[in-house]
Design a protein around this ligand. Structure first.
Ligand SMILES: [Zn+2]
Length: 84
């Protein structure tokens, strides 16, 4: 690995610790639920999930699990799990 890349790897590790540098504006994830798989997506400031619970509540264990995993990097308006 050249020295330029070594420097970038070190910087990447530092950035990865500084979560407030990052704002997740979109993602799509397949979550293996206990009964079946669900597709969770974040589109700007709106979650979507293919499970029934989400359809009726606008949040579910799948979206909230991702909120926890991406803590500090999501728009405040989409975070239910972090609100309490
Ligand atoms: Zn769900």
């Amino acid at each position: 690995m050249d020295s330029g890349m070594i420097g970038k790897v070190a910087k990447a590790h530092r950035y990865a610790e500084e979560r407030d540098r990052f704002q997740v504006t979109g993602l799509q994830v397949t979550v293996r639920g206990e009964n079946s798989d669900h597709t969770v997506a974040l589109d700007g400031e709106h979650w979507h999930c293919t499970c029934d619970f989400f359809e009726h509540h606008g949040a579910c264990a799948h979206t909230m699990a991702l909120e926890i995993m991406f803590e500090g990097m999501l728009p405040q308006s989409v975070t239910f799990a972090m609100a309490s």
